[in-house]
Design a protein around this ligand. Structure first.
Ligand SMILES: Nc1ncnc2c1ncn2[C@@H]1O[C@H](COP(=O)(O)OP(=O)(O)OP(=O)(O)O)[C@@H](O)[C@H]1O
Length: 609
């Protein structure tokens, strides 16, 4: 089995894309390095494996004895031979169970360890990592690739070792017992095994593309069901059905190829194996007639020959599995080895205590790593003093949210610096920086957990009293109390049980509980009704009091009460001042404000008052 032989047969697209280039088999070391951490289980697994293999080989031997000794001895002392055979079977059963248990245990444990290690490493990564590595792709590595590794450790390694032991052990015993017959068997085995392996491999390829087609069907069903309202609203039922039909029929066509191959393979296996057995028995019968061989030896031969042939047949599959495992291990190793682009320096500077809450951008120029050609911020400077509220306004894409990304040090600017309380962000530990800030994002992220856990996310030691206090301040108390189980109510996936305004108030309460000196507030643009808007604005006013706040403002009320309004366009500050002075300038702000006024008057007349 050379390195070259396997990829040469990999003729289907899926297989080619799934398998790593040759030479990557060394990736499997990562699995071994982790398995070695469990020496007790490895020892038990190996002992069980040897005992099971030996017992397997002992079964034909038992049959030989029964035929030669038991039957020949007038039936009187036949019992001990059957008893011996039964004992071997008992040992085989227990040893096989132990082998399965310990190998599977190792497989599952190593996979659990890898998943934990990968997730821990992913948690260190900066957002840019997830822009370059799609979360769905990472999720698939954490599930599909780890499943392959589980299979390698739990099954492949055990199958390989067992078959090597059974195959080699079987041949040795056969040679000792009947060298000539064994020589014949050694020629017969490849003649039987190779065609079966060849077709078997083709079958594996077709089965894999068959699985891919089934996955396509699944993806299409999920997509259509997920967008059912859109499908029906746009009257696209027939088109969706036709699209689905295409996918289903292509699945059927691939399945037809698979079942044709399988049928052929079955005929070939039955034909070759039984022809082989018949020829051996024929040859043996001649030996018995000549008196050179006993009847029991023939039985022994056929049984052991079957075991040896099966063992070599299974071994040829192992290499392909190992290559697949190496690919999976390589992809997981990449995730494990990834280094965060943003990390704490070796000796981070501690941020001043008590915190002042000053935040400054000094001549910052920044382009996102996936968009290096256009800068999101250009020579941007802004100093926000402790306790000050600065509202940032500007058209879509002006770079407002980017300010928050940099303030939290999710990215580092290409030039210029961002400082918190005078400390440049790269000199401090990112965890310390983020501990001083609370973020109220535009889209509230609610976890599939209880209301309590959603509220105290980031402040896990908060008491129920503190949680209610924050909820009250965020105008969230009433609806939270009305939930069926109060704080124990389950918010469900994405918190779908709450309205938009309620979700925002949960988000505000969460930020209040964090009680940080700096607040980054990205106001939701979604239009709220007048009452919700008022409730949310009241909550925000309480949240902003006595804190340094940068607010990306969409609501006029916030803009008016801000100490300072920054107007951004194309990554720069184009105007700043208070509401009245900016209106008087009659520039970009005046135009934006007019749009807001007009919209406000049209949809929410009371608010503009
Ligand atoms: N993760 C990202 N990767 C690449 N480019 C990005 C990324 N996020 C934002 N941008 C780009 O950077 C520029 C500034 O975006 P930013 O999100 O800061 O704008 P914004 O003023 O907050 O807009 P909006 O009001 O629509 O949220 C835009 O051109 C945007 O397309």
């Amino acid at each position: 089995m050379s390195d070259e032989s396997q990829p040469a047969t990999a003729n289907s697209e899926t297989r080619a894309s799934e398998e790593p280039p040759k030479g990557k088999i060394g990736n499997l070391r990562m699995i071994w390095d982790r398995a070695i951490g469990y020496p007790k289980q490895i020892t038990f697994a190996v002992i069980a494996l040897f005992v099971a293999s030996m017992s397997t080989l002992a079964i034909p031997w038992g049959f030989k004895n029964i035929i030669d000794e038991g039957f020949a001895a007038n039936g009187t002392d036949i019992a001990p031979y059957f008893q011996q055979l039964l004992m071997v079977v008992a040992v085989l059963a227990v040893a096989t169970a132990c082998r399965f248990y310990f190998f599977s245990w190792l497989g599952e444990r190593v996979v659990a360890d890898i998943r934990l290690a990968v997730q821990r490493n992913l948690l260190r990564m900066a957002p840019s990592f997830f822009e370059e590595n799609r979360p769905s792709e990472i999720a698939s590595r954490m599930t599909a690739d780890t499943a392959v590794i589980e299979q390698i450790l739990g099954t492949t390694v055990s199958v390989a070792t067992r078959n090597v032991v059974t195959g080699v052990g079987g041949i040795i015993i056969l040679f000792i017992l009947a060298p000539k017959l064994t020589a014949g068997l050694l020629i017969a085995i490849p003649v039987i095994v190779l065609p079966i392996v060849y077709i078997g491999r083709k079958l594996t390829n077709v089965s894999r593309s068959s699985q891919d087609r089934v996955a396509d069907v699944g993806a299409m069903v999920a997509e259509t069901l997920g967008a059912m309202k859109i499908v029906q609203a746009f009257g696209q039922e027939d088109r969706e059905h036709r699209r689905f039909q295409g996918s289903v029929e292509s699945t059927f066509d691939t399945a037809k190829r698979r079942i044709r191959l399988r049928a052929t393979l079955t005929a070939i296996i039955i034909g070759l194996v039984f022809t082989g057995i018949t020829m051996l028995m024929w040859r043996g019968a001649i030996g018995v007639a000549e008196g050179t061989i006993s009847g029991g030896t023939i039985a022994f031969f056929v049984l052991t020959g079957g075991l040896v042939a099966g063992a070599f047949g299974a071994l040829t599959e192992v290499y392909g599995d190992l290559l697949r495992g190496a690919g999976a291990a390589g992809r997981l190793a990449e995730l494990l080895a990834a280094e965060p682009g943003i990390a704490a320096p070796k000796s981070p500077i501690a941020l001043p205590v008590p915190p002042r809450g000053q935040i400054s951008f000094d001549n910052v120029t920044f382009a996102y790593p996936t968009r290096t050609e256009t800068a999101a911020l250009k020579s941007f400077s802004l100093k926000v003093l402790p306790g000050e509220t600065v509202a940032v306004v500007g058209p879509s894409g002006a770079g407002k949210s980017t300010l928050f990304q940099l303030a939290q040090r999710f990215y580092d600017p290409q030039s210029g610096s961002v400082r918190i309380d005078g400390v440049a962000l790269p000199s401090a530990d990112p965890a310390d920086i983020r501990e001083r800030m609370a973020l109220v994002p535009q889209d509230t992220v609610l976890f599939a957990a209880t209301a309590r856990d959603n509220l105290r996310y980031g402040q896990w030691d908060a008491t129920d009293e503190e949680i209610w206090e924050a909820a009250r301040a965020a105008n969230a108390e009433q609806f939270l109390r009305e939930l069926p189980d109060g704080l124990d109510s389950y918010m469900g996936e994405s918190g779908t049980r709450l309205s938009g305004g309620q979700r925002q108030r949960v988000s505000i309460a969460r930020a209040l509980l964090r009680n940080t000196p700096i607040l980054l507030l990205d106001e939701a643009t979604s239009a709220l009704d007048a009452e919700s808007e008022k409730l949310v604005q009241d909550a925000l006013d309480k949240l902003m009091a006595n804190r340094t706040t940068i607010v990306i403002a969409h609501r006029l009320a916030t803009i008016r009460s801000a100490n300072r309004i920054i107007v951004m366009d194309e990554g720069k500050i184009v105007e700043q001042g208070d509401h009245d002075s900016l209106i008087a300038r009659n520039g970009l702000y005046a135009r934006l404000a007019e749009l807001q006024f007009n919209n406000g008057e049209r949809s929410q007349p009371k608010i503009s008052a």
